[in-house]
Ligand binder design. Sequence first.
Ligand code: CTP
Length: 400
Amino acid sequence: MLKGKNILLGVCGGIAAYKAVEVASSLRKKGAHVDVIMTDAATKFVTPLTFQEITGNPVSFSMWEKVHTWNVEHIALAKKADLILIAPATANIVGKIASGIADDMLSTTLMASTAPIFLAPAMNTNMYNNPIFQHNLKLLQDIAHYNIIPATTGHLACGNAGIGRFPDPADIIEIIEKFLGQKKDLIGKNILITAGGTREPIDPVRYIGNRSSGKMGYALAEEAARRGAKVTLISGQTSLTVSSSIELIKIETAKQMQQYVEEKFTDSDIIIMAAAVADYCVSKVAEQKIKKAANNFTINLVKNPDILLNLGNKKNPGQILVGFAAETQNLIEYAQEKLKRKNLDMIIANDVSKSNAGFNSDTNIVKIITKNKSVEDIPLMKKTTLAGIILDKIQVMENS
Ligand code: CTP
């Protein structure tokens, strides 16, 4: 994975700077071309000469001392990098990036780069837990091309034990290799996905629900995040968990789902409605538990908003809107009708009466129908694999 890749290693001034030497050495051994930028403080811990010898390349540490032949060194380094790793990342560099400060070789290079950036923060436990540092870290985490390699817990150079330890260099290399081995075609995209079934309350203890497990929507969210997208997942109640890079908003009712979907809609490039939204809700939810009385009991239901239909009506040029159609008969006909009525770009139709397909199953059998009337049969496969195929098709549609 690392062979022939240009890795820019940013080294900041912390005691773990000496461990960055091992990181640089491993990267080189695995065939990467490694450039190093050191902050001024880092040079007090390890000399630039050490990194120069390890990488075979000149080391940049000052805006004012040219070490390369390029005219504008920070721009050239930023452009050249396939990936930037800052290890160790101090509270100072995290704070600078989060505040948009570019006042030395490393921070200006980061500002000029569009490459994926990995930060491995390492510092004293109190510094690590400091709410300002955590706030800054969260800010970076929310930016699509920033990735945080969390510090580990253990003995620290300051004598304390706790969180803030520099991760094992081998683990850092493994994370980077895994990242470089993945398809990253959704970097810079904001994707909004809904998943799971909504619940419509009857009284404080009962609700009307459906059999959706949320597995399809969660698989799509994970795959999109892995491929570099900034993902917001609006989910009904499920037992599933998601990676921390995904913004997860849990809701209960269709109206709550609609509220968050509408909030996120404008900023989303791709919207995938995989949720099983209840078409009706109870007209008047009882404030107290309904007691058993007569033999027959009637609940009056009123129509819920159709979230997808509303989005289709106000879709902006360039936005891609994808729906799901759960059917038990006339699959293609019903799905095509929904695609047209809701102004969708694509609909994933599944016959939920088939075993191994649809609700609460790990697998699915679907037809992918697009607005240009193409219908593609996708055979039985895991929902996690199907998620990749759906995102591939969306990508093709976006680029055509
Ligand atoms: N959907 C929605 N809001 C609703 C109902 C459905 O946004 N109130 C979305 C679903 O998330 C799905 C698509 O619309 O992506 C189709 O949902 P489906 O339940 O198959 O169809 P309906 O439009 O509800 O029509 P019907 O129940 O009559 O089949």
